[in-house]
Design a protein around this ligand. Structure first.
Ligand code: ZN
Length: 160
């Protein structure tokens, strides 16, 4: 069957930056998602519509169709005393914080100054072209419960 709204899709993928460095890839297992439920970025989801098991695609996703452009307002300077002194704060360190909408966001330390720490709350892949190589492994219809929940159940999906 072809990938359409409410298909459960199993993929193998490799994600590279514009220099060909591998940023991410599916583990030895596979990656599953529910098509049409915003489980994955729009640029990749659109490219997969109508594809079937066995199809292989290469797609370049721009930031607008990916994780967005870097938002300068998400780069902030915060007082150093906000951090646990025992914490190992240095550029590149990532930690979880609560975003303005209440969701957990990953924040990256950009710079450590005398009195302040510069942190970046943008998605690590914001502002980047994303070059995906994807193989469609399996396509099946979602169950009514999966559609209702907006995600895949069972092996490789949510266990509950
Ligand atoms: Zn569920």
């Amino acid at each position: 069957m072809q990938i359409e709204q409410n298909s459960v899709v199993t993929l193998h993928y490799t994600l590279k930056d514009n220099d060909g460095n591998i940023i991410d890839q599916s583990d030895d297992g596979s990656f599953l998602y529910l098509h049409g439920a915003m489980n994955i970025i729009p640029g990749l989801e659109n490219a997969l519509s109508g594809k079937s098991a066995g199809d292989e695609i290469s797609v370049k996703v721009s930031p607008e169709e990916g994780y967005g452009e870097k938002d300068p307002q998400r780069i902030q300077e915060v007082p150093k005393e906000m951090f646990d002194s025992a914490a190992d704060i240095q550029p590149g360190v990532q930690f979880h914080a609560q975003g303005p909408d209440g969701n957990a966001v990953v924040v990256t330390v950009v710079e450590v100054k005398d009195e302040a720490v510069v942190i970046d709350g943008n998605h690590a892949l914001a502002g980047m072209d994303l070059n995906f190589e994807v193989k469609v492994v399996d396509v099946r219809e979602a169950s009514a419960e999966e559609v209702e929940h907006g995600h895949v159940h069972g092996p490789g999906g949510h266990q509950h």
